[in-house]
Design a protein around this ligand. Structure first.
Ligand code: PLP
Length: 473
């Protein structure tokens, strides 16, 4: 038989001989004498391993994911297609004149975010929401430094996301907590008490983490500005308000936006994400560089901002995420307003259907999410919120966010998002009702859940401290 490979040059691999590899430049002491003995596995076995892991994992494509404050909406697959286009696959060091298309996309994304947030300038750099917070706080810090105004404190409501105090603290600010009142709103009198001349800013999200719109936000911004302080808006909850109002109109000075929540780019699993920071005109010169500019003829990276805090990330940001977010914004256009309306409608629908089965500690009209409490189940049947969350997994539902916000006992924070159908919402509601009944009549099945997942109840502390990442089953 003729060997068809015999004469072929193309398919020959390359094998280096010892003579060809000159390692003289390495000190002999550091050279390995024996082969390293790395474990080997065939490609297909490796693939099976990862496929198996991914089958065990949960994702939005597998089921409803009402994880409050995380906006786990469906990520349209066309976004992936567009992010994979050849022309977007550039090295980040490509010169401006050879990257006009990518720069144009980034510029236009900045413009869109300005419109949505009401702000005047944007930096796309930060790699996540928390990173956006840190960047925003660095901008605020530098702003006061340049003014020669030594302000040390940042006020944060007790309902805030944990990243807020962490970001302020990492920036060297002292965090001052302000209480919520019995309606779940920032208590104005408590705010006045802590509003001293050395307060640099307040960090808030609106709607807050109870899913409630802060009705006094204009009064709060007036108080802060009269005190010479700034207002930071945690924009992770932007999905609730797009097109209806914006952080600028509410009186905020700095806002970060989670592209990987509101703007449908994939998230969880460690990234990449993107947390652009948008600011008022007065803070433009403080943004991290580069920002993307247009001189009337060409797009370019602008490094020339007078008081810039510098760079907060390599290159110009998570470009693949920008493509997905921009595609989503273009696709939705003015319907972004409907996105928020539907997100709010879905949350209120669910809240009303579940209020007779779980406690509703703040009985108000909610925005894009709402918080229930499992306190009665805990007290009367010994079934904790964690048990309820685990039991949901038996019905192929991702649990809601639990035990957050901290100000609600046995909290369950539910965010359905706008991308779920009425049928799906109804099914989830029925499962929640069923679990409530089980808690009363058959509590063991809830307490010992989950029963159907590849891994049963885990010791969460141990899992975090001693993760077992071995390949073997
Ligand atoms: C998700 C979230 C953040 C943090 O965003 P990451 O991208 O996860 O860093 C901050 N604040 C609120 C209210 C959030 O929901």
């Amino acid at each position: 038989m003729k060997n068809i490979f015999e004469k072929s040059q193309d398919i020959e691999g390359i094998t280096f001989t010892d003579e060809e590899i000159n390692l003289d430049f390495i000190d002999k002491r550091f050279l390995r004498k024996d082969p390293v003995g790395l474990p080997e596995i065939s490609e297909v076995e490796l693939l099976r391993h990862y496929k198996e892991l991914s089958d065990k994992n949960f994702c939005i494509e597998k089921g409803f994911y009402p994880l409050g404050s995380c906006t786990m909406k469906y990520n349209p697959k066309v976004n992936e297609l567009l992010a994979g286009l050849d022309g977007f696959n550039l090295h980040p060091s490509t010169a401006d004149e050879d990257a006009q298309g990518c720069l144009e996309l980034m510029f236009k994304l900045q413009e869109a975010l300005k419109k949505i947030t009401g702000m005047q300038s944007v930096s796309l750099q930060p790699a996540a929401g928390a990173h956006g917070e840190l960047t925003g706080m660095m901008v605020i810090k530098k702003y006061f430094e340049v003014k020669g105004d030594n302000r040390k404190k940042v006020i944060i409501p007790d309902s805030a996301h944990g990243t807020n105090p962490a970001s302020a603290n990492m920036c060297g600010f002292e965090v001052v907590s302000v209480k919520s009142n019995d309606k779940g709103q920032v208590d104005i009198d408590s705010l006045k008490e802590v509003l001293t001349p050395d307060v640099a800013a307040i960090m808030m999200t609106n709607p807050n983490t109870l899913g409630l719109f802060e009705e006094n936000v204009l009064e709060i911004s007036k108080l802060m500005h009269e005190n010479g302080s700034l207002l930071y808006y945690d924009g992770a909850n932007l999905n609730a308000i797009m097109g209806w109002t914006n952080p600028y109109l509410m009186g905020f000075d700095v806002v970060h936006v989670n592209l990987h929540k509101t703007f449908s780019t994939p998230h969880a699993g460690g990234g990449p994400g993107a947390g652009p920071v948008c600011v008022r005109e007065e803070l433009f010169e403080y943004l991290p560089v580069p920002i993307i500019d247009f001189d009337g003829e060409k797009y370019y990276r602008n490094y020339n901002l007078k008081h810039t805090i510098g760079k907060v990330r390599a290159y110009a940001g998570s470009f693949g995420i920008f493509v997905r977010a921009y595609a989503y914004i273009l696709m939705m256009g003015r319907d972004l307003k409907r996105v928020s309306a539907d997100a709010v409608l879905n949350a209120n629908y669910m809240k009303e259907k579940l209020r007779d089965y779980y406690e509703l500690p703040y009985d108000e009209q909610c925005m894009h999410e709402f918080v229930l409490s499992g306190e009665r189940h805990h007290k009367e049947y010994g079934v904790s919120t964690l048990n309820i969350a685990k039991r949901l997994m038996d019905f192929k539902y991702h649990p809601p966010t639990v035990y957050f916000p901290l100000i609600v006992h046995e909290a369950m924070m539910i965010e359905p998002t706008e991308t779920e159908s009425r049928e799906r919402l109804d099914d989830f509601i029925n499962v929640m009702i069923k679990i409530s009944e089980e808690s009363k009549n058959n509590s063991e099945i809830v307490k010992s859940a989950p029963h159907s997942t590849p891994v049963k109840k885990v010791d969460e502390v141990k899992a975090a401290r001693y993760p077992d990442l071995n390949f073997k089953e």
